[in-house]
Design a protein around this ligand. Structure first.
Ligand SMILES: [Ca+2]
Length: 297
């Protein structure tokens, strides 16, 4: 069953504390085995700062519901790290933890299924910050136009060397950043080893920023407006792929269609006027439909 009348996941039953790095908060009632599974690792908590202007209640739901109505089997997973109240005290990286859940069968996933990561970094990291941490100077420096997968791999190795070298001059804050970067990239490797398509639909810090721990994703997205123009808040380097991430909702006979694909997503009407969804997160809606449509084979 698809459409806005599908029961909403029980996101209101999230505990106030999340002791594990990830928590499964919504699974399809009757998953269709012929359809692609999409695992959305995101923030499903209803809070005082939901996605701007939407009736989706949480960022994770604003992404998940339009994917679900397109016909994907949706697995909603709360990332404790995304919520300061989440209290992830395990010390485990959430991507590594998610890969373990999939390996041990807690979340069903087959090669060709998708993991969507709608986040990238707690803070803005510009190319200059990353070059400084890596100790790159002059011609060595990474730029928006020379960032390839090969150079991203070299960056990981370089950052590991800098971390291992007590005389590298990295501050403690930089060391913590580098550890996070390396842990994220290792988690993505584990997800890809399972045959999964890893989408990093994130990056609203402008074209000079990058998410160095997510560069080995299968796809990193870039937000385009409805007229095809580049959204100036979006990431924009050589490894990003453009997809439309800016929408104004329409009210159709069956409900509200937030991503303009003609399929209603929510039955509740916007609080006032049209809902404006815009951000690199939303680029995954058009990108998946185009590159990885719901039928798995
Ligand atoms: Ca829709």
């Amino acid at each position: 069953m698809t459409g806005p009348n599908r029961p909403a996941p029980r996101v209101d039953q999230l505990p106030s504390r999340i002791d594990a790095p990830t928590q499964i908060v919504g699974v399809p009632e009757k998953p269709d085995p012929s359809r692609r599974n999409v695992i959305v690792l995101d923030d499903f908590r209803t809070n005082d700062n939901p996605v701007r202007g939407t009736s989706a209640r949480s960022h994770g739901e604003a992404i998940s519901r339009p994917l679900e109505t397109q016909g994907y089997n949706l697995y909603r997973v709360q990332d404790a790290d995304l919520d300061p109240q989440g209290k992830n005290s395990s010390g485990r990286n959430s991507l590594d933890h998610l890969a373990e859940r999939i390996r041990n069968g807690q979340i069903p996933a087959r090669p060709g299924d998708v993991v969507n990561l709608s986040f990238g970094q707690d803070e803005k990291l510009a190319f200059g910050d990353v070059n400084r941490m890596a100790g790159y100077r002059g011609d060595q420096s990474l730029t928006r136009s020379n960032l390839t997968l090969e150079r991203a791999q070299q960056l990981r190795e370089r950052l590991q060397q800098r971390l291992d070298d007590p005389n590298s001059g990295l501050t403690q804050a930089d060391r913590d950043r580098v550890k996070d970067i390396l842990a994220n990239a290792a988690g993505i490797d584990k997800l890809k080893e399972l045959g999964l398509v890893v989408i990093n639909a994130a990056g609203n810090e402008g074209p000079d920023a990058l998410h160095p721990g997510y560069l080995n994703s299968t796809h990193s997205l870039q937000n385009r407006n409805g007229d095809g123009s580049f959204d100036p808040t979006s990431a924009r380097h050589r490894l990003t792929e453009p997809a439309r991430g800016s929408f104004v909702s329409r009210t159709l006979p069956g409900g509200v269609d937030v991503n303009n694909d003609g399929i209603p997503d929510f039955d509740s009407r916007p609080r006032k006027g049209d809902e404006d969804l815009s951000g690199t997160s939303f680029s995954v809606l058009e990108f998946l439909r185009r590159k990885y449509p719901p039928p798995l084979h």
